[in-house]
Design a protein around this ligand. Structure first.
Ligand SMILES: [Zn+2]
Length: 63
């Protein structure tokens, strides 16, 4: 589905980094370096972006 706006563990806002993260990773940058550059340093917040699969466009027609 959509990327969560906040980290489930600490509540920090992570959704604002999603578009920058995906576009830079698709261009071939290392995900760890992108997250460092975006200022997402906690492991709990990093997993929110690294483990997310954007399925909203796949699921939306069936609702
Ligand atoms: Zn967090």
């Amino acid at each position: 589905m959509m990327v969560p706006v906040r980290c489930f563990t600490c509540g920090s806002v992570v959704g604002e980094h999603w578009e920058a993260f995906t576009s830079r990773v698709e261009e071939g940058e290392d995900p760890a370096e992108v997250l460092d550059d975006l200022g997402v340093t906690r492991h709990c917040c990093r997993r929110m972006l690294v483990s997310h699969t954007d399925l909203v466009d796949v699921v939306a027609p069936y609702q």
